[in-house]
Design a binder for this molecule. Structure first.
Ligand code: M6R
Length: 619
């Protein structure tokens, strides 16, 4: 959940501090409760840390400038153990003379036991964090050996839980040592300088050459070397890769905030995710999966595991993939899947969906599925992240970096990727939809232009949002693939505008939730295409009538030309006609714009909503 940056360069000037502050700014989406930096300078540790957003640290450093240095670590925190105070902010110092500085992402589960042992030995703690324990352990080992890598190795052997740790020591200028277990850490490879970061965004302004580390590895960087060993002390190798996006891709591109930019990136995100997935004849080709066709043909059940918005992408995928392949699909929140006794075997395909590739709940569920013998595929947006590495195969979404904490473009890219996977399975296994897969792909290629058309017609939605800035509760209704869209619309409003919002399956309304309807209650209704099967459209129109009769104020998302909804809608938001299964890719867009605009109207920070973090790397 926290953001971590490390840097070593020939330095001696202000470079290290600049690199760290720039990296922290790019990682602030991971956590923004407090931030801090430690430099090694003239045989001393220089430290500054501040509760609150990065701007507070920046102001503190401006008021009290830090010395020149070529060796530094920095941290932006999402609090777990101990509130967001100056004391609990990282880095933490270790050793009797406080000459070691350490930062941490994750949770050290046995910290109570370790802390009481250290307290018994006379160590005085100044924070409530689990991290300070690690700082003292590494410092103690360093005092014994004078070797920072060896000290880290000896310290991690005592830790349980999930962690990325970075440490510097006043007596070891030009060295940063990192360790990772179940928590992300990547190396940025420079010339005469090297970097460490929670993800490549930390150093993308300086190098696009990177190295991912495996689980349970320790890395030591100096200006001219990168050395990796395992927690067993044996030499190990990281995997080098080139980052295919640059710093500009992560900037706001002229929009007032990342979220608005990312909402507008969506046509590109879907188009790029579709790119290169078909051959010259339109047949799906997924060489990247590297799972044998026979194994995929044998699959008799698919289980989607994910959290939050990504889980809603899985819910949408279930409707489409069962229809196309006749393979039963289940969707489960990763944190629930992990702690029950799921019926899984070698014929089960477990598909994890994660933008970050680091969500701990999802990672643990993937490991659980692998242990049970399932085939695992990860749908992921972040190269070099952990979940793809722990899976048998990966299908990358190409949404580009998603910085705003609330997920938008990654969601559309996830739906797109699950559909590609479903159509590929349909093609592989034969049957009705094997022949139709190419036609569906053709329809999918038309979706980016439709999303653009929705984006170009959002003025009224923005007006409605501003008008509703004082609203206390909003309901969202949908059926079939519109149901997860309703859930996502409610989630966006909750997390961005802090308004109570609920999504319901429209058919469920009469079983209880209709009691919530009172005069003036705003209700968004996602209306299926009139071309939907089984009279679904007419059923939703009836649902609108039912709530309207009880005084609801209806805001209806409906296809162009759908006149049946007109008599029952207080507001109509039009979207282009789209095949029913593809409709979520367009109908969710007005809901994202609405939530973003309403949060703006309330003066809230849409990129970094309160209490949230982009990457939830704790269980
Ligand atoms: O990185 P992931 O896709 O695994 O993240 C999953 C959820 O934490 C994420 O979608 C979350 O619900 C977002 N805040 C939604 O906007």
């Amino acid at each position: 959940m926290c953001g971590i940056v490390g840097y070593v360069g020939a330095g001696g000037d202000g470079t290290a501090l600049d690199v760290i502050m720039e990296g922290l700014a790019r990682l602030e989406y991971r956590g923004y409760d407090s931030a801090g930096v430690a430099l090694v300078s003239n045989g001393e540790i220089a430290l500054q840390k501040k509760a609150g957003k990065l701007v507070n640290l920046r102001e503190a450093i401006a008021a009290n400038p830090m010395p020149p240095s070529g060796t530094a670590i920095g941290h932006t925190r999402w609090a777990t153990h101990g509130g967001p105070t100056d004391h609990n902010a990282h880095p933490h110092l270790g050793g009797p003379d406080l000459r070691l500085a350490l930062i941490h992402n994750g949770i050290i589960e046995n910290f109570h036991a370790l802390k009481s042992r250290l307290v018994d030995d006379g160590v005085v703690f100044t924070s409530e964090t689990d991290t300070e324990v690690a700082a003292h352990l590494v410092a103690r080992e360093y005092a014994a050996s004078g070797d920072l890598t060896g000290a880290m190795l000896a310290a991690v052997a005592q830790l349980e839980g999930a962690f990325t740790l970075l440490a510097v020591h006043a007596d070891a200028p030009g060295v940063v040592v990192g360790a990772r277990r179940n928590s992300p850490l990547v190396v940025g490879l420079g010339t005469g300088e090297n970097f460490l970061g929670s993800d490549v965004a930390a150093f993308i302004g300086h190098t696009r050459e990177a190295m991912e580390l495996g689980q349970d590895q320790i890395v030591t960087i100096t200006p001219d070397s990168v050395t990796v060993i395992g927690f067993d002390g044996e030499p190990a190798e990281g995997r080098r890769f080139h980052v295919d996006w640059d710093a500009a891709a992560a900037e706001k591109g002229g929009y007032p905030n990342y979220m608005t930019k990312e909402i507008h990136d969506q046509p590109r995100a879907v188009a790029d995710t579709l790119l290169g997935r078909t051959d010259a004849f339109g047949a799906l080709v997924l060489d990247e999966l590297r799972i044998s066709e026979d194994a995929l043909r044998a699959v008799d059940k698919i289980v989607f595991i994910a959290c939050g918005t990504a889980a809603y992408a899985g819910m949408i995928a279930k409707y489409a993939i069962e229809h196309w392949t006749r393979i039963p699909c289940e969707v489960e929140l990763a944190h629930e899947f992990r702690y029950r006794d799921p019926v899984i075997d070698a014929k089960t395909l477990v598909v994890s969906i994660s933008q970050s590739g680091e969500t701990m709940d999802t990672l643990m569920a993937v490991k659980h599925a692998s242990d049970l013998g399932a085939l695992t595929i990860s749908i992921c947006n972040t190269h070099g992240s952990t979940i793809p590495r722990e899976s048998d195969a990966v299908l990358y979404t190409h949404a580009g970096p998603e910085i705003a904490v609330a997920s938008t473009k990654a969601f559309l890219a996830q739906i797109t990727a699950t559909y590609i996977l479903g159509l590929y399975l349909a093609q592989l296994r034969g049957g009705t939809y094997a022949d139709e897969a190419q036609a569906v792909m053709k329809d999918m290629h038309e979706v980016p232009a439709k999303i653009q058309a929705v984006l170009d017609s959002m003025d009224r939605v923005r007006e409605i949002a501003r008008f509703m800035a004082d609203t206390r509760a909003v309901l969202f209704l949908g059926r079939h693939v519109g149901y997860p869209v309703a859930l996502e619309g409610a989630l966006k409003l909750k997390e961005l505008a802090y308004i109570h919002a609920e999504g319901f399956a429209a058919g469920e309304l009469k079983h209880g939730p209709i009691a919530l309807i009172e005069p003036g209650q705003p209700v968004f209704v996602i209306v299926p295409s009139p071309s939907s099967e089984h009279g679904l459209h007419a059923k939703v129109v009836s649902n609108i009538q039912e709530i309207r009769a009880r005084g609801a104020r209806t805001i209806v998302i409906a296809e162009e030309g759908d006149e049946d909804v007109v008599p029952f809608a207080d507001e109509i938001v039009r979207v282009p006609a789209t095949p029913p299964l593809l409709a979520p890719l367009v109908t969710v867009v007005p809901l994202q714009v609405f939530a973003c605009e309403l949060a703006n109207a309330k003066g809230l920070d849409v990129d970094q909503p309160r209490n949230l973090a982009k990457s939830v790397t704790v269980e």
